[in-house]
Write a protein that binds this ligand. Sequence first.
Ligand SMILES: C[S@@+](CC[C@H](N)C(=O)[O-])C[C@H]1O[C@@H](n2cnc3c(N)ncnc32)[C@H](O)[C@@H]1O
Length: 317
Amino acid sequence: MNQLLLALRAAGESTRLRILAALKESELTVSELTRILDQSQPRVSRHLKLMCDSGLLERYQEGAWVFHRVSDREGVRDITRGLMALIDLSDPALERDQKKLREIREEKTRLAARYFSEHAADWDSLRARMVSDEAIERRLLEWAGEEPIDLFLDLGTGTGRILEIFAPRVRRGVGFDLSREMLSIARSKLENAGITNCTVRRGDIYSIDLPDNSADVITIHQVLHYCDNPERAIAESARLLCPGGRLLLVDFLPHNLEFLRETHAHQRLGFSPDTIRQWSERHGLGVVHHEALARDVDDGQSLTAGIWTLRRNELHT
Ligand SMILES: C[S@@+](CC[C@H](N)C(=O)[O-])C[C@H]1O[C@@H](n2cnc3c(N)ncnc32)[C@H](O)[C@@H]1O
């Protein structure tokens, strides 16, 4: 009862309800929330502190940025989700907030899109400098399992490297990407390699134009750290996978290489195994394998890539 009272008190104020509504689908920094709410930073920070103290929200530091998200702690999770379900987003104040939230997301997407359109031609050498391709590719093929793969999807396919390595293992493969420049390179690479069972299409990782339960295996290789809402990308993959299907995820483990935000348009500085597990479990995926592979990047700084196999539960709806 104490926890419930604390949570209700913390949520029972108009700005704080607006904060909950804004965090319904996203993790946001204080400055993003300040922009959405159009209030001073100290004021927003005071509300956030109170909400964190009550257990409604969690804050976590990622390099120089501090993100806030709805708490996933047992005991408060159901209260928060229940409260958020009652929030009517058609309320005019909340509609305005949602509009600003969309603008912020679009800005971030535009920045990442510009980066990829500028770097499409040299992406293959850039990616090789950042992660150890061979070790990861070996693991991906191994963890895809022995069963036949009828439909394989590679989300955020870039220049189509993952499609190339999976082509001999799958009946049909489709790579989706937002960047036309990346897609055009992927197309010519597949063509030059004589791969006819894989194609690429323009598509957003958050909303792929395919029915539920259609894919056997999905890969998201080094894409999540460019996403402003990585959990939504995992949720979309869970929707697309058939029961028992696998999502093979590769991304960095948490790091402090802040310059990657500036020079390589990274939105997130890696993901902890706990975060990936929480997001996956929320959308009916269970962690089957996880492994970390270290790699030096420029100037002796090291990055560790994590690989996960996430299996879609049989009963999840
Ligand atoms: C770092 S590259 C990785 C490409 C490829 N998976 C690889 O490992 O070589 C990230 C790719 O994700 C794409 N991307 C970023 N956000 C996306 C989104 N919302 N939907 C689809 N693709 C996206 C970018 O255009 C880019 O091609």
